[in-house]
Write a protein that binds this ligand. Structure first.
Ligand code: PEP
Ligand code: MG
Length: 581
């Protein structure tokens, strides 16, 4: 048995035999053609470009239908790359002047593009390199230089293991037989990861080199929850995962039957249970899983999943899609939270020594009004379509909040003068995710309509621990008593000032921690769509009194470990079904 650790990008457990793709990659031999054949090579290239163009358009249409427009746009961007005039002039030079075969020229030019992107050491651009390699592979396939793996001709369940999987290959995976996949390279922000999550295929990426050691593995396990790939498991491990997979399946089925029941505690307290989304297509899963609304729409993903900066219209269309789907339910649109680990487009990003303490989020938006204004215009216009609220991230000072609000007013004036329909009286809220904001929260309460606690950043800034650094991951705990005290302080101010407050950080997606939050006084939670069923189940199993007793006990504990052990113990008593082995 071999157990390998990678980055979990799409949750779930899958067990099947391995289908190993291109362990050695492929190499196109250097081939110089006679002068008389140059025209033929041009014709072959043109034909290949036309076919790949059609295939990409087809992938765009199909992916848009199954995973939403945002994901489908990945292929629109690839189409644009394929028709890039610079690419074609380089290819023409190699074929026409250097007499390279079409395949050799394609391989040379596109490989150079991809490695130039990879060398920039920018994770966002490194992920785009995969798109370039995707196009290369498709062109070479058309030119007959590489043969495609038999991914379409499957007739039994498999787990795909590959050096990498391009976005188009991922989108084209046969869901009936491909139960999961693992790759040697790739990051959590890549398009492959985005597509996998959209299609809900368990996946682990960035494992590092492993293909040479697994030739012929009969049985592999992908643990998309914990980022593990297990090759040739022992009977004991296999049995453990079989049980986990079976348990997940039957629990999901049982919870699905309760999806449209309200999130009400046993004493009749109605909890507002909302969903966090990154892409408009996720609203379908939110509705199916019974979300009361969208509590956090991370709009920066509109930027991160596209090679072009989105226009006001792109923003508007995305928001309109979400609002219309949610059909009168509340939708909280968070303005751009770019910077730090969420890199924007080249011209917006800059080298910083401490990016999490640097020009990120609302700070970046306020310094780039050409970026921020179109978004605010789109939010105000879309607000006319439903129950929309706007929320500013990473607010640290009152001045920032006032500046952001003022800009919103200015933009509203512009729309009014231009006679463009919009709604100006939409509720305006702020995220509470910096200790300075918690300390000054009574002042902020006079200037906002609602608060939402972002526990992911609040833990990072309270504990001085970078949330994306695996070396200090053990210190990064939202259940640390120091973080809990700041959360309690925020809830108390919200109570005193009668300002609605919710929790939208990952903390609330953990059912045990969600019960603690209820005990601390929270009545509004927002969680990723996949967490909705389990959190609702926990809520429906408890009374507020039981939750308050939990919070009372937790106040006396001194470490995150003690808190989590106690919470798990309580969850095992109150909602035993949710405690998996
Ligand atoms: C948070 O910080 O808790 C939050 C919800 O925002 P994000 O994870 O997008 O920074
Ligand atoms: Mg945050």
């Amino acid at each position: 048995m071999l157990e390998l650790q990678g980055i979990p990008v799409s949750p779930g457990v899958a067990i099947a035999s391995a289908l190993v793709l291109d362990a050695d990659g492929y190499r196109i031999p250097r081939c110089i053609v006679p002068a008389a054949d140059v025209d033929d090579e041009f014709a072959r290239l043109r034909e290949a470009v036309d076919v790949v163009s059609e295939q990409l358009e087809q992938s765009r249409l199909e992916t848009t239908a199954t995973a939403g427009r945002q994901t489908g746009d990945i292929f629109a961007a690839q189409l644009q790359m394929l028709h890039d005039p610079r690419l074609h002039s380089e290819l023409e030079k190699r074929i026409g002047e250097e007499r390279q075969s079409a395949a050799f020229a394609v391989s040379g030019v596109l490989h150079n593009y991809a490695s130039a992107l990879q060398k920039l050491e920018n994770p966002f651009l490194a992920d785009r390199a995969q798109d370039v390699l995707d196009i290369e592979r498709q062109l070479l396939t058309q030119l007959g230089a590489v043969t495609r793996q038999p991914l379409q001709d499957l007739n039994e369940p498999v787990i795909v293991l590959s050096r990498m999987l391009t976005p188009s290959e991922t989108a084209g995976l046969n869901r009936e037989f491909v139960k999961g996949f693992c790759t040697e390279i790739g990051g959590p922000g890549g398009h492959t990861a985005i597509v996998a999550k959209g299609l809900e295929i368990p996946a682990v990426v960035g494992i590092g080199e492993f293909l040479p050691v697994i030739a012929g593995a009969d049985c592999v396990i992908v643990d998309g929850d914990r980022g593990r790939l297990i090759i040739d498991p022992t009977e004991e491990v296999l049995e453990h995962y079989r049980q986990r997979a079976e348990y997940r399946r039957s629990l999901a089925q049982r919870l699905a039957q309760q999806s449209q029941l309200p999130a009400t505690t046993t004493d009749g307290t109605r909890i507002s249970l909302n969903a966090n989304i990154e892409f408009p297509h996720e609203t379908a899963a939110c509705l199916q899983r019974g979300a009361d609304g969208i509590g956090l729409y991370r709009t920066e993903f509109l930027y991160l999943s596209s090679d072009e900066e989105p226009s006001e219209e792109d923003h508007y269309q995305a928001y309109a899609e979400v609002i219309e789907q949610m059909n009168g339910r509340p939708v909280v649109i968070r303005t751009l939270d770019l910077g730090a680990d969420k890199m924007g487009h080249g011209k917006r990003s800059q080298e910083e020594n401490n990016p999490f303490l640097g020009l990120r989020s609302i700070r970046l938006s306020l310094r780039n009004l050409d970026l921020f204004r179109p978004q605010l215009r789109a939010v105000l216009r879309a607000a006319a379509l439903g129950d929309v609220r706007v929320m500013f991230p990473l607010i640290t000072t009152i001045a920032e909040l006032r500046q952001a609000r003022m800009l919103l007013n200015v933009v509203a004036e512009d729309l009014k003068e231009a006679g463009i329909p919009f709604r100006s009286d939409l509720p305006v809220g702020m995220m509470v995710e910096v200790p300075a904001a918690v300390i000054m929260l009574d002042h902020f309460a006079c200037e906002v309509d609602f608060f939402s606690i972002g526990t992911n950043d609040l833990a990072q800034y309270t504990l001085a621990v970078d949330r994306s650094n695996e070396s200090v991951a053990d210190l990064y705990q939202s259940s640390d008593p120091a973080v809990l005290r700041l959360i309690q302080a925020s809830i108390d101010v919200a109570d005193q000032t009668q300002t609605p407050i919710s929790v939208c950080g990952e903390m609330s997606s953990n059912p045990a921690r969600a019960l603690l939050l209820l005990g601390m006084g929270v009545r509004n939670l927002s969680v990723p769509p996949s967490a909705l069923p389990r959190v609702k189940k926990a809520i429906r199993n408890v009374s507020i009194e039981q939750c308050e007793a939990i919070a009372e006990r937790v106040r006396k504990l001194e470490s995150a470990r003690d808190v989590d052990l106690y919470l798990l113990d309580r969850l095992a008593d109150l909602a035993p079904e949710l405690v998996m082995q």
